[in-house]
Ligand binder design. Sequence first.
Ligand code: B1M
Length: 206
Amino acid sequence: MFQDLQDALLKGEKASVETLVDKALSEGVPAERILNEGLIPGMETVGVLFRNSEIFIPEVLVAARAMNAGLTRLEPVLVRDKVQPKGVVVIGTAKGDLHDIGKNLVAMMLKGAGYRIVDLGIDVAPERYVEAARAEGAGIIACSALLTTTMAQMKSLVEAVRAAGLGIPVIIGGAPVTKEFADRIGAQGYAADAAGAADEVARLLS
Ligand code: B1M
């Protein structure tokens, strides 16, 4: 079943991905397994084929659309209802960066952990994070980047938050981002994956 899910993702078959996710959920397969053994490995294969020029941007885009559709189906199961949010998190993808799957996953995990999420989307300039954090009374800003070129924007974000005197931490992550990079630019938080991001936000807000 996980293999079917990966194959459907690879072909960008959105409707099949949705059907397979629904079927797995109805058979009682835990949402975390569908995510970690189906959708994420499928997307990793897409990345390998893309790097090797065996597939190109249009194929990657349809695969990403299918991945987001699968995530949307999993969301109600991953996200538990919380009456009183633990805090507000402003999240977005760094300026110049259009990748949003990892960011969406992090947002979903944080929602599941009881935080209210203000999702600014993709290609978010540092000033927009600052404005939104101020307007929403956020306790933390979360920034994702998938390109080595857009990682530089994370440094600008940390500086903008400091210059605005917001006094709230910034957590960063994404495939090319490391703990060492986070330390170097002065970001208070770093996580390698979405579950780790939820733990790290809890630590920073405690
Ligand atoms: Co792009 N792309 N892409 N791409 N793409 C990568 C990232 C790349 C590694 C592919 C490759 O060469 N193998 C490469 C980057 C190289 C680099 O800079 N090091 C690349 C490139 C080069 C590009 C373009 C420049 C291609 C071009 O135009 N020539 C272009 C750039 C566009 C732009 O952003 N300005 C581009 C475009 C695209 C698409 C639009 C076609 C599409 C994105 C669609 C979308 O997101 N809606 C796309 C995709 C899908 C990918 C790959 C194949 C998959 C990314 C993904 O969604 N992974 C990717 C290859 C790869 O990563 N294997 C690739 C699944 C997702 C769950 O993982 O986002 O890493 P990830 O999130 C993880 C962790 O990183 C972490 O949690 C998640 C798991 O739990 N995490 C955080 C993420 N954010 C976090 C934040 C946190 C904490 C943890 O705290 C706040």
